[in-house]
Write a protein that binds this ligand. Structure first.
Ligand code: COA
Length: 126
């Protein structure tokens, strides 16, 4: 999973992806969904999405489709899976943060998500 995130440029030096992954699975309020594709002799991991419900909104992180499997609908299917997971838990809204220059913005807009006029603020907790 971490290799997939690295191949998709989603890891950052100030984040610990292994910890993120473990914490997402440890809490009942979040999960990681995966997309698998058939390969000779079995299946390979081709995509992932982390999602969680904070009681107000559903959030999406680590949406990743392996470079060799893009533009085949896996990203759309992973987002549909995240939406279904959130809907089951009563989340009224899905939301995510993405760098403005990321071409994934066009992907999200193709899925009907809209840009919002908000400023994101944050800091690490001591
Ligand atoms: C964004 C990402 C998950 C899309 O996955 P994907 O499986 O290729 O997406 P899909 O095939 O489901 O695409 C659905 C639609 O989104 C749009 N779309 C997808 N990738 C696009 C791109 N690079 N540029 C413009 N539109 C795009 C298209 O309309 C596409 O439909 P079409 O193929 O019929 O034209 C993938 O490019 C990726 O892993 N990127 C790197 C990681 C990343 O930036 N993740 C988001 C972090 S916030």
């Amino acid at each position: 999973m971490i290799a997939l995130w690295e191949a998709c440029g989603l890891t950052r030096p100030w984040n610990d992806p292994q910890r993120d992954f473990a914490l997402a699975l440890a809490s009942g309020a979040s999960t990681v969904l995966v997309a698998r594709v058939p390969v000779l002799g079995g299946e390979a991991l081709a995509g992932s999405v982390m999602t969680g419900f904070d009681g107000h909104r559903g959030w999406v992180y680590y949406l990743a489709v392996a470079p060799g499997h893009r533009r085949k609908g896996l990203g759309r299917a992973l987002m549909a899976g995240a939406e279904a997971w959130l809907r089951e838990r009563g989340a009224p809204k899905i939301q995510l943060m993405v760098r403005e220059e990321n071409e994934a913005v066009a992907f999200y807009e193709a899925l009907g998500l809209e840009r919002q006029k908000v400023v994101t603020l944050g800091r690490f907790l001591d």
